[in-house]
Design a protein around this ligand. Structure first.
Ligand SMILES: [Zn+2]
Ligand SMILES: [Zn+2]
Length: 304
């Protein structure tokens, strides 16, 4: 967690000892003065701030009333140390969630050239923005390449022409989080697996028309789930990142829809044991192999 400066003589993570329901946690923070206290600490890089500093910056005249609200936030979102009050990791996360849900700039109205070519007709791709995300679609045949939901705050602070690349990095980061076992939503543990249309876990819409398998990531804590086609999920794998690096491609700078050596729906699936083989047409040609949990098995030169 960035910006979470550790304090001397810290009594330890007392904020995880007791259980607190989501409703109770929400109620704790849902007060104008308490949000102002959290924002004040956040603006001070997480603290520490003395009680007097907090009261002055928040602008509450009555010390008793201010104490009441600060105490309510301890030990869940704020903790008291020898040097003053600081944000806890949960406090940072709450402020991050509030920031990512807020929008201070407007959503771009115009479409932006997204680079790459349509997988259906070879036409040019554009990024179209909506309140809850982005659609990357073909300007000629209108075929949708991807339409992820993205918090609008993610578009802030980037020039318009860079937004398609930001979308690419965001979707890639989802898969990196999944590969590390974390939910980007709640930081809970996720499970990942390869799913075919015949599997019970397969979503209703998945009929195997465009790809034989998808990689499904599921958070055991908050229930958030998402999917990716195997060739895109594979781009988070160190061996695949290295393969691209060896061919002069920095995957952070190249959204997947601009990688013409990647045939997105083109996976070979075998069972007993389950193996997903993903061709990557770089150099002499490579095949990257994953198992049923989408754990990396091997990279091998594609047989001709
Ligand atoms: Zn097209
Ligand atoms: Zn989660």
């Amino acid at each position: 967690m960035t910006g979470n400066k550790s304090e001397g003589n810290d009594p330890g993570p007392s904020y995880v000892e007791d259980e607190l329901s989501p409703e109770a946690a929400f109620e704790l923070a849902a007060h104008e003065t308490r949000i102002a206290v959290l924002q004040t600490l956040q603006a001070a890089n997480g603290g520490p701030l003395s009680f007097g500093e907090i009261r002055e910056r928040v602008g509450v005249d009555d010390p008793g009333q201010c104490h009441y609200h600060v105490d309510k936030l301890c030990d869940r979102f704020v903790r008291k140390t020898d040097r003053g009050y600081t944000l806890t990791p949960a406090g940072w996360q709450l402020m991050g969630a509030l920031l990512s849900g807020s929008v201070t700039s407007s959503i771009p109205e115009e479409a932006v050239d997204a680079g790459g070519a349509c997988s259906e007709c070879g036409g040019g791709l554009s990024a179209y923005f909506r309140k809850s995300g982005v659609t990357i679609a073909c300007t000629a045949c209108k075929s949708v390449q991807t339409d992820p939901d993205i918090p609008p705050a993610m578009f802030e602070d980037w020039p318009l022409e860079d937004l398609p690349e930001v979308v690419g990095r965001h979707t890639r980061r989802m898969e990196l989080d999944a590969a590390h076992g974390f939910c980007p939503n709640c930081r809970g543990r996720v499970s990942r697996g390869v799913v075919t249309p015949a599997d019970e876990a397969a979503p209703d819409w998945f009929d195997g028309q465009e790809t034989d398998a998808i990689v499904l990531t599921d958070c055991q804590r908050c229930g958030r789930w998402w999917h990716a086609v195997p060739s895109i999920a594979a781009l988070a794998e160190p061996a695949v990142i290295a393969l691209h690096h060896d061919h002069g491609i920095d995957l952070r700078e190249r959204p997947w829809w601009t990688l013409d050596h990647l045939a997105v729906g083109d996976v070979a699936l075998t069972s007993n044991p389950t193996r997903v083989r993903i061709p990557i047409a770089l150099g002499d040609g490579w095949t990257v192999v994953f198992d049923d949990a989408f754990d990396f098995v091997e990279t091998r030169q594609t047989e001709r």
